[in-house]
Design a protein around this ligand. Structure first.
Ligand code: RFL
Ligand code: PHB
Length: 393
């Protein structure tokens, strides 16, 4: 077996893993990243689209802001709507913070470019990833590399950044692991379309037929979602059916607003769940991002939470490899405070905006929406959570 020695072995080359290797390098700490998929596959997955203020601050402060500043779009807020009414919430006015439209695909490209320029060792297309000796101070990760050779990476610490299906979470023994889960009775059907956005900022729409979201990626590419039942097949949703649902739910024709349509270039159905696993640290294993928690996408928090985790984890690991364990010891508790805040916010946005079929729920949702849109305190609460609390909150 080939042996490689590094300070931190990182499992997963998604945003959490690649940003962690970037932040560790800035602290003078070496890492090796292992990833089951190819570089191209990881870079092209269409996922999150909104970066909160502290994510943007961190990317800029660590030399990753150039393309974001040139190509990202800063938004002051969002629109919330229900039939007959559309309201703008101005986060800048309410909290002094804003959000940016900049796709996860772009963040991933910037991370890969920065790590490649720095000579980062990333093993793509590995198999049989396994974690060893986590309760000692000489843990290791083994895998089969793309050529079929067996490799062992010996490290001072292992970072489990391998998303919701990776092996890291289950390496925390079930005797100490606790898990919380909420599965929602609906999914999102998401599309990417080659059409200019019909709105300047995102529209979150409550509608009796189900939730709809108008998002965007650039001045010529729009992203849309409609609430659909679980187990929906894409075969049942023709382009016409998708555009009709979006037009109805987003209010085409109301107050002179119209929804422009265009060729659909990507489509998928996303199930929605909330999930938290604790602790986020066991021995020399540290979990970050989707490996430890999943949120439904309604609050646009998944990617931002992964970034916030590694922003805490990098200095904790840097101190640990230099012999000081206090930040590593507090990592799980500190990270989980934000995780639960975002878990609540994502659940709250999801519960407020998705129709359940229960008329009592619908009246409560409309009452909540009216309050959020008419009370400065209500609007500020949403704005503070959506634009994101400071790292370390
Ligand atoms: P990722 O991005 O899933 O990366 C984890 C990486 O680990 C690799 N991996 C392994 N590597 C080595 N050995 C193994 N055994 C491995 N097993 C897995 C995987 O191949 C992968 O490359 O997790 P990370 O870095 O924590 O980043 C989190 C974000 O990607 C995630 O929170 C968001 O994308 C969530 N999310 C969305 N968030 C939003 O805010 N808005 C969205 O519209 C949105 N859409 C989505 C999403 C997540 C999705 N997933 C995970 C199903 C749409 C989808 C489809
Ligand atoms: C997206 O653009 O993909 C997006 C935006 C906001 C959300 C979820 C997804 O809440």
């Amino acid at each position: 077996m080939d042996e490689v020695r590094t300070q931190v072995a990182i499992i997963g080359a998604g945003p959490a893993g690649m940003l962690l290797s970037h932040l560790l390098a800035a602290e003078g700490v070496g890492s090796v990243v292992v990833e089951t998929r190819s570089e191209e596959y990881v870079a092209s997955r269409i996922r999150a689209g909104i970066l909160e203020q502290s994510t943007v601050d961190l990317l800029r402060a660590t030399g990753l802001g150039e393309r974001l500043d040139a190509e990202g779009h800063r938004h002051r807020g969002i629109y919330l709507q229900w039939p007959g009414e559309r309201h703008h919430l101005d986060f800048v006015d309410l909290t002094g913070r804003s959000v940016w439209v900049y796709g996860q695909t772009e963040v991933q490209k910037d991370l890969v470019a920065a790590r490649t320029a720095a000579g980062q060792q990333v093993y793509y297309e590995v198999g049989d990833t396994a974690l060893h000796d986590l309760e000692t101070d000489h843990p290791s990760v083994t895998f089969t590399d793309a050529s079929g050779a067996e490799v062992r990476v010996r490290a001072d610490a292992v970072a489990g950044c391998d998303g919701s299906f990776g092996p890291s979470r289950c390496a925390v023994p079930s005797s100490v692991r606790q898990q919380w889960e909420r599965v929602y009775p609906y999914s999102w059907l998401g599309i990417l379309a080659d059409v200019a956005p019909s709105t300047d900022e995102l529209i979150y729409a409550w509608h009796p037929d189900g939730f709809a979201l108008h998002s965007m990626r650039s001045s010529s590419v729009s992203r849309f979602y409609v609430q659909v039942p679980n187990d929906t097949s894409l075969d049942d949703w023709s382009d016409d059916r998708i555009w009709t649902a979006l037009a109805d739910r987003l209010g085409h024709g109301q107050d002179g607003w119209s929804l422009e349509t265009g060729p659909i270039t990507d489509r998928s159905v996303l199930p929605m769940r909330s999930f938290v696993a604790t602790p986020m640290r066991h021995g020399r294993l540290f979990l970050a991002g989707d490996a430890a928690h999943i949120v439904p996408p309604t609050g646009a928090k998944g990617l931002n939470l992964a970034v916030a985790d590694v922003a805490l984890l990098a200095p904790a690991l840097a101190a640990l490899v230099r012999g000081s364990s206090s930040l590593a010891d507090s990592y799980s508790d500190t990270a989980l405070r934000r995780v639960w805040r975002c878990t609540h916010f994502s659940w709250w946005m999801t519960s407020m905006l998705h129709t359940s079929g229960d008329p009592f729920d619908a009246e409560l949702q409309l009452s909540q929406l009216r309050w959020v849109c008419s009370s400065r305190a209500g609007a500020a609460g949403l704005a503070e959570n959506y634009a994101g609390l400071p790292i370390g909150f």
